[in-house]
Design a protein around this ligand. Structure first.
Ligand code: HEC
Length: 136
């Protein structure tokens, strides 16, 4: 009887130990995932600030670098001119800017024969448009 009781006790004890061990691993895992998410958020804030997006400060440099080689007043490939502000605004209003930048169907993907703009550049342009695509 005594021995049986002992075996029963050790069995429960073993189950208890296993259980707590399992929870430890789980908690550790959650902690790591949380920390990763936190790092992502921090990196995002550091690398891609979309809080205050202005035409002159943030949008013009992107368009200058990626689009002016073919769509400035001088180059005007395919008669598309995305300067000055009004030139670009036309393509915002008719939806073509986001269409070409996001490589949607129904328009030519831009910049032509080059990589898509980075997520951060696209996020800034989208934020600027969401804010009313102002000439600021
Ligand atoms: C290497 C030259 C080149 C660059 C760089 C370039 N484009 Fe184009 N783009 C063209 C050509 C050529 C066309 C005419 C359509 C075609 O051939 O695909 C065009 C067409 C367009 C059109 C008309 C839409 C359509 O479907 O034809 C828009 C809008 C446009 N480009 C915007 C942009 C923007 C915005 C950028 C910068 C992110 C850009 N392009 C960069 C060459 C370029």
């Amino acid at each position: 009887m005594n021995r049986f009781f002992l075996i029963l006790c050790s069995f429960f004890f073993a189950v208890l130990m296993l259980n707590s061990c399992y929870y430890d691993v789980e908690e550790e895992l959650y902690y790591e995932i949380e920390e990763e998410l936190y790092q992502d958020v921090l990196e995002n804030i550091a690398d891609c600030d979309t809080l205050m997006v202005q035409y002159t400060l943030n949008i013009l440099p992107i368009i200058d670098q990626h689009c002016f080689p073919c769509h400035s007043l001088e180059t005007a490939f395919a008669n598309v001119v995305v300067e000055p502000y009004n030139g670009l605004k036309n393509y915002v209003d008719n939806g073509e800017l986001l269409c070409v930048l996001n490589h949607q169907s129904g328009c030519s993907p831009m910049p032509k024969n080059a990589a898509k703009l980075t997520d951060c550049e696209l996020a800034k342009i989208e934020k600027w448009i969401d804010d009313g695509a102002q000439n600021n």
